[in-house]
Design a protein around this ligand. Structure first.
Ligand code: 5GP
Ligand code: MN
Length: 323
């Protein structure tokens, strides 16, 4: 079943839904979950939103973000778990996963490539550039008028997952939805500045460290950065400061596949993949237990930084002919 109307019915029938996005929350997961939370509140629901991981300071301008509970799930008599922008149970966050083994029905609303969604009710649309696009349709179905707060959350969801409408996932439908949001008065240049125009100093220091480790394959088609634990600790950086670093190897002319390797601990590495035109990085990440989209994906892989890097580069070079 992949029916948005059926999902809308389930949402309307719930009274006390618990909402969440994914670990290491990004603009789409936060904007989408906040917009959906507001919409359900306007329908008289007692909404709780939880994030296992801390929220990036960058998104503190999002309307309603102060209501998000960070860490443990408050004890309440929930009647529904609604997961947005997350395709696999491992990524909903350790404080929320135990609920998957309870009687609580689960709704998944997502845009990742996924033929086996884990909810009791699922709506998955990989052609949507962002989960925020699906939420726009859901609001229309629920006959909820979009106000400025909803529009800011949804605009942020879509503008971040499309890299300001520059990525391949951007469609005419994306722009049609954005035009509806702009009609509500979204302050575009202010949001552009808050989201893309400024960064904390720690992010720039981390960029400096990452670029000092930038490597390019002999064929010039693969570029990668590596960030070790010591560097992250020396800078005092957190997850939120790492976001976007992969765009630098991706920017190199001639590079098709960009990879970032981040040491989580002695035996685990977080890997991000981005491609430009041909490589299906969802398939590549899947080989290492991860997933995502065709042009943006990730995985967390066991092994030391150098072991993981070696294994993944071997696979990457096999995918890119002549490399
Ligand atoms: P990022 O590289 O920004 O962490 O993630 C890029 C995309 O890949 C996102 O859409 C994200 O949901 C997905 N992704 C990242 N890491 C993982 C992972 O470990 N497993 C899965 N299934 N998807 C991931
Ligand atoms: Mn997304």
């Amino acid at each position: 079943m992949n029916n948005l109307r059926a999902v809308a019915e389930v949402l309307l029938n719930s009274k006390r839904p618990l909402l969440c996005g994914h670990v290491m929350p990004d603009g789409d997961s936060l904007g989408s979950v906040l917009a959906l939370g507001m919409a359900l509140q306007s329908k008289g629901k007692e909404v709780t939103i939880v994030s296992t991981d801390p929220l990036p300071d960058l998104y503190e301008f999002l309307p309603g973000i102060k209501e998000v509970v960070v860490g443990s799930v408050p004890e309440k008599n929930y009647d529904l778990l609604v997961v947005v922008d997350c395709s696999v149970p491992e990524r909903i966050g350790s404080t929320i996963t135990p609920l998957l083994n309870s009687d609580l029905p689960v709704v998944v609303i997502d845009h990742h490539v996924n033929d086996q969604p884990f909810g009791n009710y699922n709506y998955v649309r990989p052609s949507a550039a962002a989960t925020g696009e699906i939420i726009v349709d859901l609001l229309e179905m629920l006959e909820i008028a979009i106000n400025l707060d909803l529009a800011i959350n949804l605009y942020t969801a879509i503008v971040t997952d499309t890299g300001s409408f520059r990525y391949e996932n951007t469609t005419p439908e994306t722009h049609i939805k954005i035009s509806k949001l702009l009609e509500c008065g979204v302050p575009v240049s202010l949001l552009s500045n808050l989201i893309f125009g400024e960064q904390p100093l720690k992010s720039i220091r981390l960029l400096e460290a990452a670029l000092s480790n930038l490597e390019v394959s002999d064929c010039g088609r693969i570029a990668w950065i590596s960030i070790d634990r010591d560097k992250i600790e020396a800078i005092g950086a957190e997850d939120q400061h790492i976001e976007g670093l992969i765009n630098y190897p991706r920017k190199i002319k001639g590079v098709e596949l960009a990879i970032s390797f981040r040491e989580l601990d002695e035996n685990r590495v977080k890997v991000s993949f981005r491609s430009k035109y041909t490589v299906d990085v969802n398939l590549l990440a899947k080989k290492f237990g991860g997933g995502g989209h065709i042009r943006a994906s990730g995985c967390t892989t066991e092994g030391s930084l150098s072991e993981v890097r070696e294994a993944i580069l071997k696979e990457a070079k096999e995918i890119i002919r002549g490399c």
